[in-house]
Design a protein around this ligand. Structure first.
Ligand code: ADP
Ligand code: ASP
Ligand code: MG
Length: 404
C-alpha cells in the first residue's frame, strides 16, 4: 500500500470555499495512493483560542491544550464530509483516536509513539484519512498540543511512521524562500535546501516549517516538499545535504521578533553561577537562546545577558527574582524591543568573511549589534526591533540573494 501524507495549513483551510479547493487536490491524489491528510485549524482560530485561555491564565495546562487544539476538529470534520459527498471514501480522526502519544508537556508536547495499526485498519475501508494536526494525548489520557505550528510535526511524524512515499506541506507561499516573501519582495524561491539549513532557518524564525518537524524529517531521512495550495507549481524540497549539487555560501536570511533579552548585573563571578541560572531556566522548561557574559573590571562580579521567548519572559524574571538569595545579583532588567537576524548557508563552513560582511553591513546602516551567536552554518545578531525590515532587506541584497 502506497501512502502519501498531505498537510494543509490554516490559510489553506481558512473557509468552506478553500476547504472545497483542498478536497479537489486530495481527490486527485487519492486516485493513485492512499492519503493521510493532516489539517490545521482555520487561520486565526488558534490565535483566538489562545487569547481566550490567556485571559484566564498564562500557565500551560490540560485545559489550555483542550481549548487550543479544538480548531482542528472543525476543519477535519468539514473536509471529510465534503470528500464523502464527492464520493471519496474518507474518515475523520482526532489525535487521540489514533492515538498520537506525547509526553505531558503542555503546549510543547513531544511525540513518543504513533499507533499505525489504527490507520492501516481504517484504510481497509477508506481511501483518505483526515487527521487533526497539532493534537496529541499523553499516556495518562490527557490531551496535549505540539506547540504553535505543530501540524507540520504531526505530518512528518505520521509520514515517517507509515513510511509514506511523500510528505507534502501545502501552505500560502510557493515554497521556502531566501527570506520571508511577505517581508522581502525580492526573495527567491529555493528549489532544494538541506535539512541543516532548513533547521537553522526555522529555528531562527522562518515559520514556514515548525523546527521540530524539520528535526524529525532529518532524523528519519524523509524528503519534505513545501508547496502552495493555491498554485499548481513545484515547491521546495528539503533533502539530505549530499543531494545538493551546489552549496550556497548564504542561502537565506531569517528574523525573529518573539524573543526578549534578560540582563542580570553584578552577579558573583564564581564557578557554578551559570549552571545555577540556566538550571533554573531548564527546570521551568524555558528555552534559552543567545548567551553573553561580561566579566567586570573588578574581577569579582559579572553581567549576564541571554534571550528567551517573549512568552516565557515573565516566568523567567519571576524565577530569577525568587532565587536571588542564591544568585546575589544587583540588578535585573528585561527588553522585548529586540529582533534576531540570522544569515544561514552550508557554504559558510568552508568560506571565511561572511560574519565580517554582516557586521560591516549593519554598521554602515548605523544598526547596533547587542549580541552575537554562531554555528557552523549560521550567524545571528540581536538588534533593536525597529531595524528588522531594514536589516533583512540590506543583508538579502548584500549576499546577492535578490531576485533581479
Ligand atoms: P501555514 O498556516 O500553512 O502553516 P505558516 O503561516 O505557518 O503557514 O507559514 C507560512 C508563512 O511563513 C508564509 O506566509 C511566510 O510569511 C512565512 N515565512 C517566513 N520565512 C519564510 C521563508 N524563508 N520562506 C517561506 N515562507 C516564510
Ligand atoms: N493550528 C495550530 C497553530 O496555529 C497548528 C498549526 O497550524 O500548525 O499553531
Ligand atoms: Mg504553519
Amino acid at each position: 500500500m502506497k501512502i502519501v501524507v498531505m498537510k494543509f495549513g490554516g490559510t489553506s483551510v481558512a473557509n468552506l470555499s478553500k476547504i472545497r479547493d483542498v478536497a479537489k487536490i486530495v481527490e486527485e491524489n487519492s486516485q493513485k495512493n492512499k492519503i493521510v491528510v493532516v489539517l490545521s485549524a482555520m487561520s486565526g482560530v488558534t490565535n483566538q483560542l489562545q487569547s481566550y485561555v490567556e485571559e484566564v491564565s498564562s500557565e500551560p495546562s490540560r485545559e489550555t491544550d483542550l481549548v487550543i487544539t479544538s480548531g482542528e476538529q472543525v476543519t477535519v470534520g468539514l473536509l471529510s464530509m465534503i470528500l464523502n459527498r464527492e464520493g471519496v471514501k474518507s474518515l475523520p480522526l482526532l489525535g487521540w483516536q489514533v492515538p498520537i502519544i506525547t509526553d505531558e508537556n503542555h503546549e510543547k508536547g513531544r511525540i513518543l509513539n504513533i499507533n499505525n495499526e489504527t490507520i492501516y485498519h481504517h484504510f481497509k475501508s477508506n481511501d483518505v484519512i483526515v487527521l487533526t494536526g497539532f493534537q496529541g494525548i499523553s499516556v495518562n489520557g490527557v490531551i496535549t498540543s505540539l506547540g504553535r505550528g505543530g501540524s507540520d510535526t504531526t505530518a512528518v511524524a505520521i509520514a515517517s511512521s507509515l513510511k509514506a512515499v511523500r510528505c507534502d506541506i501545502y501552505t500560502d507561499v510557493e515554497g521556502v524562500y531566501t527570506a520571508d516573501p511577505n517581508v522581502e519582495k525580492n526573495a527567491k524561491k529555493i528549489n532544494k535546501v538541506s535539512y541543516e539549513e532548513m533547521l537553522e532557518m526555522s529555528s531562527m524564525g522562518a515559520k514556514v516549517l515548525q523546527t521540530r518537524s524539520v528535526e524529525l524529517a532529518m532524523k528519519n531521512n524523509l524528503t519534505l516538499q513545501v508547496l502552495s495550495s493555491l498554485t499548481n507549481t513545484e515547491g521546495t524540497y528539503i533533502v539530505n545535504e549530499n543531494k545538493l549539487i551546489e552549496k550556497e555560501i548564504v542561502s537565506g536570511v531569517s528574523y525573529s521578533k518573539n524573543e526578549s533579552k534578560i540582563t542580570i548585573s553584578g552577579i558573583p563571578d564564581k564557578p557554578g553561577i551559570s549552571a545555577k541560572i540556566f538550571g533554573l531556566m531548564a527546570s521551568n522548561n524555558i528555552n534559552v537562546d543567545m548567551i553573553v557574559q561580561n566579566i567586570s573590571q573588578d574581577g569579582v562580579s559579572a553581567n549576564m545577558t541571554f534571550t528567551v521567548l517573549t512568552k516565557d519572559i515573565e516566568l523567567a524574571k519571576k524565577t530569577l527574582e525568587r532565587n536571588n538569595n542564591e544568585l546575589n545579583y544587583t540588578n535585573l532588567s528585561t527588553d522585548s524591543n529586540i529582533a534576531k537576524i540570522s544569515v544561514i548557508g552550508m557554504g559558510m563552513m568552508s568560506q571565511s568573511g561572511v560574519a565580517e560582511k554582516m557586521f560591516k553591513t549593519l554598521a554602515d546602516k548605523q544598526i547596533n549589534i547587542l549580541a552575537i551567536s554562531t554555528s557552523e552554518i549560521k550567524i545571528s545578531v540581536l538588534i533593536d526591533k525597529k531595524y528588522t525590515d531594514l536589516a533583512v532587506k540590506t543583508l538579502h541584497s548584500v549576499y546577492k540573494l535578490d531576485n533581479k
